[in-house]
Design a binder for this molecule. Structure first.
Ligand SMILES: Cc1cc2nc3c(=O)[nH]c(=O)nc-3n(C[C@H](O)[C@H](O)[C@H](O)COP(=O)(O)O)c2cc1C
Length: 208
């Protein structure tokens, strides 16, 4: 059974370009994969917690040495990472906010880069625990400016950041679908192209 995880992070609800695209992807995925398991999170509605001092202490305390309080915290902190580990396809709605991802998406990433679940250190060298699992990530991103070419390309910290952090945990199959620009007609045209791309992306067989 195909497992899809979909994460939204736009602060806009009804007028969000990225939410429109993630919504379309989920709908198409459901049609193409009968019985698919779909988990969705709206990081704005959920108020993702920030990394806390107690949380860090918990993560770096061996399982048999954790207090009951730490054990509860560990369970709570594990939810997002466990879902990611279980997913075959991960869809991220990631608007560009100040040249990178929204703060809520960064807070989510701080929870999925999880020692022992998605990465580890082996004698000081990082090990990407999700590599070789054929996971795919599709990032739907929207920005007011166009970052395809220099000099603006150098100001795009969103795509390189997401590729780096996902690669760190072992996910290298990452596709970006972008809607770029302020002009309403251009946004409309690019959104339509993105919707057509969804058809092709969902059409790709899942290597599960
Ligand atoms: C807080 C904030 C910061 C933004 N920063 C940038 C930016 O750095 N570069 C850019 O091109 N557009 C920026 N924008 C424009 C958004 O990327 C654009 O409106 C996009 O459509 C937002 O995605 P959404 O439609 O899914 O909400 C920003 C918008 C907001 C609200």
């Amino acid at each position: 059974m195909a497992k899809l995880l979909c994460i939204d992070s736009s602060s806009r609800s009804t007028t969000s370009v990225t939410r429109q695209l993630t919504e379309a992807y989920v709908a198409r995925f459901k049609e193409a994969n009968a019985g698919a398991q779909i988990v969705r999170h709206d990081l704005i509605a959920e108020k993702v917690p920030y990394v806390s001092e107690a949380g860090i202490a918990t993560l770096y305390t061996e399982a048999d040495k954790r207090t009951a309080e730490m054990e509860a915290l560990y369970k709570e902190a594990s939810v997002y990472a466990d879902e990611l580990v279980a997913a075959d396809v991960i869809v991220l709605g990631a608007p560009m906010y100040n040249f990178s991802v929204p703060a809520v998406l960064k807070a989510y990433i701080d929870l999925i880069v999880f020692p022992g679940k998605t990465f580890a250190y082996d004698g000081g060298a990082p090990v990407a625990l999700l590599s070789g699992q054929n996971k795919k990530v599709i990032v739907f991103t929207a920005s007011g400016g166009n970052y395809d070419q220099l000099p603006y390309k150098a100001a795009d910290f969103l795509e390189p950041y997401l590729r780096t952090v996902l690669g760190f945990i072992g996910i290298d199959d990452v596709t970006f679908v972008k809607v770029q620009g302020h002009d309403a007609a251009l946004v409309q045209e690019q959104t339509e192209q993105a919707l057509a791309k969804i058809e092709r992306l969902v059409g790709q067989p899942l290597a599960v």
